[in-house]
Design a protein around this ligand. Structure first.
Ligand code: CMP
Length: 150
């Protein structure tokens, strides 16, 4: 997959619209821009699989994705967990808790995805409590939802 270093003048307004990054100082937006890459994925592309080690955070710039559990036994079907769209993020759970991916994610459309490496994401969380709060709120909500749907 080709990847691109992002153009700050294009990406700054986009980052400001992403709820995860809203409310952050402009300096921090610039720091994120230096670290983020933009990737293009085709429809049906599996970004990672349940059980994989977490290495990055993903933010959907364009397109949509399905979060699903792999079939447990032969003949079982994949179990849909959630559908994510523009400006949603995924892959944060394995990073914040240092555990394997709790579900697989595949693209439902041709998509543009921002990717932030685990190291850069964790450094950002450590240095920014607003961002850390956004992320832990999402993690708690998602864990809660998954428990209810078990
Ligand atoms: P991670 O465990 O790293 O990899 C799978 C990802 O799916 C997980 O992080 C979350 O980002 C995402 N995910 C898991 N459960 C939900 C949910 N209920 N709603 C939305 N996204 C989810």
């Amino acid at each position: 997959m080709p990847d691109e270093k992002v153009d700050p003048s294009i990406v700054l307004p986009i980052l400001k619209r992403i709820p995860l990054f809203s409310g952050l100082e402009e300096d921090l937006h610039r720091e994120i821009i230096d670290q983020i890459v933009l990737m293009y994925y085709p429809e049906e592309y599996v970004i990672f699989k349940e059980g994989d080690e977490g290495d990055a955070l993903y933010i959907i710039k364009k397109g949509s994705a399905e979060v699903f559990h792999e079939p447990k036994e032969e003949g079982d079907l994949p179990k849909k967990v959630a559908e994510l769209g523009e400006n949603d993020f995924f892959g944060e759970m394995a990073l914040v808790s240092d555990v394997p991916r709790n579900a697989s994610v595949k693209m439902l459309t041709d998509s543009e995805i921002f990717i932030l490496s685990k190291d850069n994401f964790k450094k950002l969380l450590e240095s920014n409590s607003v961002l850390a709060q956004h992320v832990s709120k999402a993690v708690v909500e998602r864990l809660d939802e998954n428990l209810k749907n078990q």
